[in-house]
Design a protein around this ligand. Structure first.
Ligand code: GLV
Length: 498
């Protein structure tokens, strides 16, 4: 049947447009080259070599996605399948059915999702399906969650969670510094029963592990901070809810009964920060953790390259709308620049104290000098932290400066540490060097991304099991039995040579 002029013209027009977009010249609403990249990778993986074919098929992919987004089609998604891998690009929630079909009909075990950044709400729905699919994962340590998270997340979000500032020296150092500390076990002590419980600000903890404040949990999983909070509660662990959460303070508070702290950023709009503290207090949060290492956000180059979209901070709805001009870089960075108060100084801790009756912990201390100042201004606790290597690069690993801070405060307030905790042995080392407890950040996010609430429970459970095991093998039946003499730092080894 001859093809009439009009449809042919439309088809040619679309083909040219698709080619242009795929070649990076297009500007179709909401579409970038991601779909084309996904399709190309797939075609290469199944051995298609012809450049023309690759270009043509990836153009169609872009066009389909563009059309779906443009016209908000009720079903929109395309799927390419090979033996056990499926690539799905979609802008529609209904693509869920397609995914479902793949998973249950063909037994897909690995699903890669691509979505354009501004369609992230949809990708979250899709991720929940991936998580629900529960693809026979057998995990033996928390590091393994990172790869699962990488598979489950759009690159932009994975990079956001994983990344550190600039050269990522401090990011790596946080982990490696733990590895340079050795253990000095004791034997023939009765370790038939191990008690990991401890206390913080008068609250009993089942183990010295807290969930660190990290922002944007809905970028990792559709249930966001509610899933994390439920997991923390199930593990009898305190969660520090981030100021930059995707679920509101109220949603998290009503999700389950548990002790929770609230992390605070001091904004230029002090009234907004004060409002959030008051909301946290009236929702029963038990302490405020003020982050003080962020007068501006660190330069995370992956976010700049990816043009990272600032996660929606639900708590700010109706309070603050920010017009952040990213100038082609990270929108998150631009948002932080507009909102964070760079003039914050020691006297302002007095202001934080004046807006709440809750105890204040200060997070982001790395020197003895600042630790002493923190005690002077009357904080109730210190978190030794370099913000997971995301702020100033080339600062030392938190575990390397923990002891100096502990000595400076000489027991006046409890000291916590975060950054690089991946093993029960790391927690043991931190306790031996004087920490009351550790806070865990990225592994929690990776668990959440991989398996939702269950994943977070797995992460905390694995760390607890490993700590229990370490305590038994090191001859420490209780947390109080873990002492400085149970560890050997690089400085100790140097001293022993002199
Ligand atoms: C926020 O605190 C971040 O590190 O992205």
């Amino acid at each position: 049947m001859p093809i009439s002029g009009a449809p042919l013209a439309v088809a040619v027009g679309f083909a040219i447009l698709g080619y242009e977009i795929e070649a990076g010249n297009g500007g179709f609403t909401g579409v970038d080259r991601g779909p084309a990249e996904v399709v190309k990778a797939h075609l290469r993986s199944i051995g298609v070599k012809s450049t023309v074919a690759v270009r043509f098929l990836s153009s169609i992919a872009v066009l389909l996605t563009a059309g779906m987004i443009r016209f908000k089609l009720p079903f929109s998604g395309y799927i390419l399948a090979s033996d056990d891998q499926f690539f799905l690009c979609s802008c529609s929630v209904r693509a869920y059915y397609a995914l479902d079909f793949c998973m249950y009909t063909f037994g897909a075990r690995r699903i890669l999702i691509y979505n354009t950044a501004n369609m992230y709400a949809h990708s979250l729905k899709l991720q929940s399906i991936v998580c629900a699919g529960n693809m026979e994962i057998s995990i033996t340590n928390v590091r393994e969650f990172e790869e699962l998270a990488r598979q489950a997340l759009p690159k932009m979000f994975y990079d956001y969670f994983r990344g550190g500032a600039e050269d990522e020296f401090t990011l790596r150092e946080n982990v490696e510094a733990f590895q340079r500390i050795r253990l000095n076990p004791r034997v023939l002590l009765d370790v038939s029963s191990i008690n990991m419980s401890t206390s913080l600000l008068g609250f009993k903890l089942s183990s010295p592990i807290l969930v660190a404040p990290t922002g944007g949990h809905k970028l990792a999983h559709p249930q966001g901070e509610v899933a994390t909070a439920r997991a923390a509660a199930a593990c009898n662990t305190i969660m520090v809810l981030s100021f930059s959460s995707n679920c509101t303070i109220e949603e998290v508070a009503s999700s389950c009964n548990a002790i929770r702290f609230f992390q605070l950023y001091v904004y230029k709009r002090r009234d907004v920060s004060a409002k959030l503290v008051q909301r946290a207090e009236s929702c029963g949060f038990k302490a405020i953790v003020v982050t003080v290492d962020t007068p501006r956000i660190g330069r995370r180059e992956a976010d700049i390259k990816n043009k990272m979209v600032a996660p929606k901070i639900s708590n700010l709805e109706g309070l603050l709308s920010v017009d952040a001009n990213a100038d082609g870089g990270s929108n998150l960075e631009a948002f932080a620049y507009e909102t964070l108060d760079p003039s914050l100084s020691w006297k302002d801790i007095g202001w934080v104290k004046s807006i709440t009756k809750l105890p204040i912990l200060i997070k982001g201390i790395l020197t003895a000098e600042d630790a002493r100042k923190a005690v002077e201004v009357g904080v109730s606790g210190i978190v030794v932290s370099n913000h997971g290597g995301r702020q100033l690069d080339y600062v030392p690993a938190s575990i390397s400066v923990l002891e100096e801070v502990v000595q400076a405060v000489s027991g006046a307030v409890p000291v916590l540490v975060d950054g690089g905790v991946r093993r029960g042995t790391d927690i043991f080392k931190a306790i031996a060097l004087g920490a009351r407890a550790v806070m865990v950040g990225r592994p929690i996010i990776y668990g959440l991304a991989a398996k939702g609430e269950l994943g977070v429970r797995n992460v905390i459970g694995i760390l607890k099991n490993e700590l229990e095991h370490t305590m038994a093998l090191a001859g420490c039946p209780s947390v109080e039995d873990i002492t400085r003499s149970h560890v050997q730092t690089p400085a100790d080894r140097l001293r022993s040579l002199i």
